[in-house]
Structures are given as C-alpha cells and as structure tokens.
Design a binder for this molecule. Sequence first.
Ligand code: ADP
Ligand code: ZN
Ligand code: ZN
Length: 724
Amino acid sequence: MPLTARIALNRPLRRLFDYRIPEGMDLTQGQRVTIPFGRQQATGLVVKTGVKPPEGITLKPVAGTLEPWPALPEETFRLLSWASDYYQHPLGECLFTALPPSLRRGRKAEEKTEQWWCACNTSASLPTNAHRQRALVDWLATQPEGAPESRIVQAGFTRAQLKALLERQLARMVAPPANSHPATPIESPDRQPVLSDAQSAAASVLESSARDSFSAFLLYGITGSGKTELYLHYLKNKLEDTDQALVLVPEINLTPQTVARFEHYFGARIRVWHSALNDGERLSTWLKIRNGEPVILIGTRSAVLLPFTNLRAIIVDEEHDSSYKQGEGFRYSGRDMAVYRAHLNRCPIILGSATPSLESVHNARQDKYRLVRLETRANNATSPDISLLDIRSRPLEGGLSRPALNAIEQTLERGEQALVFVNRRGFAPVMMCFDCGHIIECPRCDTRLTYHRRDRAMRCHHCDYQTAATDHCPKCQSEAFKPVGQGTERTEDILASAFPETPVVRVDRDSTQRKGSIQSILKTVNSGKPCVLVGTQMLAKGHDFPNVTLVVVVNADGGLFSVDFRAPEQLIQTLLQVSGRAGRGSKPGKVLVQTCHSDHPLLKTLCQGRYLDMADQLLDEREEGRFPPFRAMAIFRAEADTMANSLQVLDNIKSLASAPGIDVWGPLPAIIARRADRHRAQLILNANNRSVLNRLLTQICQHLDQQKLPAGARWMIDVDPQET
Ligand code: ADP
Ligand code: ZN
Ligand code: ZN
C-alpha cells in the first residue's frame, strides 16, 4: 500500500487533502510541505500520515518538504487541533495562524540577516529633482549606527532609492551593530524591591506548585497591589536558566515601561510579540522559540500560539480583558487557550487581575483554580472613595448633572485633574425613564427589550415579541424617556464651554486611531496641570495619572440594564479599573457614579469596592438567568444584502439546532442591523452541556458547508462570544 499524507491548507475549508508520499521522503505531523494544488503549488502542513487512500483514486505526490523538522511541534499542534474543534474554525487556518507570515507563504525558515545602510558624503550634491533621495540621505544622516532596510522602508523610502544613493556613493552598506539588548540583567538590588508581607504570602502559595504538573492560580490583586512585581519575582525564583515562559498582556499594557521592568530582571531573555512587529522580527522571535531558546516572551493574544518547546510557566495579566478574545476569523480566547496550553505542557499558570472575569471566579469557586489575594496597595496609596449620584429628575447637560460639574470645578480649582468616563459598552440600548427609572421589559420573558433605532422598534432577544417604541414613559408619562447611553456625544462640548480656561482632552478609539496620538494626548495629562479627560474604556486600562483625583462616571445604567448579559460584569470591571486611575499618587481619589438606580444592590456593593462580592452577586444572576459560565453559548451571525436573506440563513440553522438541552434565541436583527450596506442578524444557542453543544455545532457547520447560501450571504460562528 502506498504511503499517504493528509494535508491542511491555509484556506477557509473545513476539509483536508490527501497526497502520496514519494519514496524516500519522511514526513511527520506539523511539517511544512509543498504540494501541487490545482494548477499551482501550495504550502501545506502535514496533519497525519499513513491514511488509507480511497479505492480507485490515484493521489498526486507531495512535491517536497520545506524543512526536515515539524514547524509546529507536538504540543502546539495539539493545542491548535483542539482549538479548531472547540471554536469550529477550519483546521488549516488555525494551524497557519501559528506560523509567521513569511512561513505561511512558503519562505525558508531561516533568519535573513538584514542589510544595514548608512549615509556617507552627506554634503555632496544631488540633482534638484531628486527630492526623495535627498530626504533619504538626510534621514540616514540622523542614524549614527546606520539603519536596517526594513526600518528604511518603514520610514517611507524604497529599495530603488537606496540603490540610487549607492551608485552615487551617497550611502553604503554597513555591518549591523552588535545586539543592542543587554546580555545580562542589569542587577541593581535597590531597584528590585523587597516584597511586602502580602506579596510574600502570595508568592509562597504561587511558588508551592510542582514544577512538572498543571496548576492554575487566580491572582486577585487590587489595582496597584504589586502584581507585576510578583510575576517578576515568581519567574525569577521558579525558572531555570534553560526554561521558556510566556507572559500574556493586553495590547495596551505592552508599553516600553512594562518591557523595561522585565528586562531589568531578565535582560536579553526577554522578547516581545505584538501586532506592530514586522515580518523579519516575527520570524526571528518565532525561530528562537521553536529552537527552544530560554526566551521569556511578553506578548499579546496570539503569543499563545507560538511553538514553545520548553514552556515552564504562563502568566496572563489582566486576564479579564476583552482583547484576549479574537473578534473575527479564528475567534479564539487567548486566555482560555493559555489555560489549555498549561494543561498540555504540564506547567503552572497564573491568571492575574484586579477584576477577574466571572468565568475565572467561577472556576476558583469550583476549586479548579486556586485563589490568591492581594488586597493592599503596594506603595501605601489609599483606595479611592466611590459614591453614587442619583440623577433621577435632575437636568443633565451633555449627560452631566450639576453636582458632577461642581465636583469637576472644585477639582480643577485645587490644581488637580478630573476624568469623565463615558461607558459606551452598554450602548446596546434599552429604553429608560430618566424621571422614574422605569425600564421596558418583555411581557412574556424576564428580559429587557432592546431598542432598534432604525425602525424605532423594541424587541425581545429571547422570544419573537416586538413593539413600537413610545416617546413617553408608560409608568409615569414623563417625556424624559430615552434609550440609555444616548446624549453623551455632547459631553466634550459641554465640558469645553463650562471650563473654557482648561484643556479638555478626549481619549477614545477615534481620537487615538492615528499612531502615537495617545502619547501626545497623554502629554497634557502627564504634565500634571489641571485638565479634564473625557473618554471611553480606553482610559480605564493600564495608565497611571498621579494628578487625577476625581472620576465621574456619566452613565452607569447603560451597563446595568443592557441586554448583553456580560454588560454588568464589564461595567463593574471598568468602573473599578477606572477608579484605580484615581488617587494613585499621594492624594486620595474620589469617584462619582451617576445613575437613576442608586438603590441597585450591585452599585451599593460597588461603593464598598469589594470586587469578589460583586462577582458573587453577578454569578448568582448568571446562574438564575441560565447564562455562561453556567451554560455554554455560541452565536451564529449572518450578513447579506437584505435582512430577509440573513434571516433565512439563520432560520435554516435554527431548524438544524433544535436538540434537547439547547435553547435557541432568534434569529433577530443585530443591534447594529446594518453596517456598510450589509444586513446583519444573529442566532444564539445556549446549552446546558458543552460537549453536546460542540457536537451539534460540528454537525451544523459541516452541513452548512455543503449548502448553497443566498447570493452574497455569509455566516460566522462565535463560540463563547464576548458580545451578544
Ligand atoms: P500592579 O501590577 O498590581 O498594578 P505593580 O507591580 O505595577 O502593581 O506595582 C504598583 C507600584 O508599586 C509600582 O510602582 C511598583 O514599582 C510598586 N511596588 C510593587 N511592589 C513593591 C514593593 N514590594 N516595594 C515597593 N514598591 C513596590
Ligand atoms: Zn417614568
Ligand atoms: Zn420575550
């Protein structure tokens, strides 16, 4: 019998392809091969060898191997196969996601040493019309050590321009400078603080784990409690010189300061991994890790897919952060894959946060994770004082009440800074009365109706109930009856006119889209002069603003009463994180939360600042509402040129999805029902058993792959969705 190999390709296909292995060729799982595919050659990855070919079919032979070793070592391969099955994403695309871009395209797995250039003879003349060449000479002249070609291209120049300068003898090639990383840690004992008693106690629990077995810790440490210091200490004590370690951080936390803190302890062992690396940098780091070098990798979500061969510890910082979930394509959770990876690798994992996810708190409650607490701030700063400001029947300007504006004014008068936080997350709107606080619920289910702006309709997410939106409160007849979360766009304008002498700085996705702009925005803040910051979630993460002493939360109710079941959790997390920005310096901080529901039990607990108590309340609500983590959830989303077509795709899925133990909600138009002329709808599956759900999803996806969809229609699946 001829030997055969089953190959995965980097295509969105839920199938694999069989090839014959030519005589003398040795193949193993995870190895890269070249194969004839259609009229082209394609790069593939070996999934399996020795499969029996179907009778009567002659298979084409594998054309060649790209290297004699598997690009994806065994554990990495198993991790990705598991993820392909769990997230219902085609295996080929999952596997290829774990390769650096150049290897996906079939390039050699070796580091190209890059050509470096420097300027010479900078005063020599150039033709007057050679502006770009002139600019390049001037740019090179600012690089005393020279610059690698990739950086020159990044700076906006071309290889042709370099060549022209070479011919004119205005630039020359030079040897790259020796590694700019310090080879050994810069040990200075004074900069490695002695752990506090609380930190030492936590450290001894973390360090008690056995070296070669899986153990998971949930490190709950309030903001500024010294978690990062503890990670450093832990790795220093736990790792041997040859070990690899992975530290996952949210994108926004991967700052030069964070990296510098790690380099200070570990010198050249530190490598970083994030979306801004170029292909060469990716390949270089990927190869180091694949070769088993003792790297300590600090990276964002996709770092969990790297081909570690000797991974001995994993840390996931800010484990609750929603950026760990990939929002498109292969929709995996970097945090959850990290936990599975620790299982596979038999190594300890620490999930750290001041506001851990309910999933992780639940796991700790069930003794799957060991809970470790750090409840005092490391540098003796006090925790901020949180209070509620009831805005029922109060006139609002740009969402702000008079008492809130007064508090901002007083803060500025003291020469301090204020932060105004607009919660956009819960913007999935419900209708609320701003006079009596009444919220419209479904008459049939125990859920709130969502407001769909396009057709001014209110819909239930669980049943088909639908009704027209009214413009006054059905309970008290007030006309202050609006979707929660609206009317805050004008917050910035109102602040600017209320405080004309003071800079008002806006931080959100729009204002920071331009690269580097967050740095320049934050310059005003870092100067320490009085100013008002206005912004969304982005403000809550990672920053340290010593002179911010007041935080005003414009609209807590949007998160409290959203139809998205995760919104209250995210609200509480964000509020505590944003509160953690206040009073980090020597001055105490104050937080004012505007709400129409000041008697809400969750907000009352918030004022005590005890996150785990709130998490317990929220978990009870999740259990009662039969939501994750007590149930397993998946969402099918469809988009098409018409809503009817989107709904048709989902109706078809619904007809396949009825099974015992599975609730199906929808199909319904998405909250943002139309984006870029595409009509979007969704169908939610909520199951009491994860493996039953997983098997059902596999069947549905296979079935859908063989079906013809209405023209222009697309469907996607999202397992463990972050947004519903
Ligand atoms: P977290 O990661 O929990 O926000 P960090 O590790 O960044 O906390 O610590 C907060 C601040 O306290 C930092 O400025 C850090 O240098 C300082 N710090 C942490 N642990 C200690 C310690 N044991 N002694 C002195 N300062 C500490
Ligand atoms: Zn009312
Ligand atoms: Zn209903």
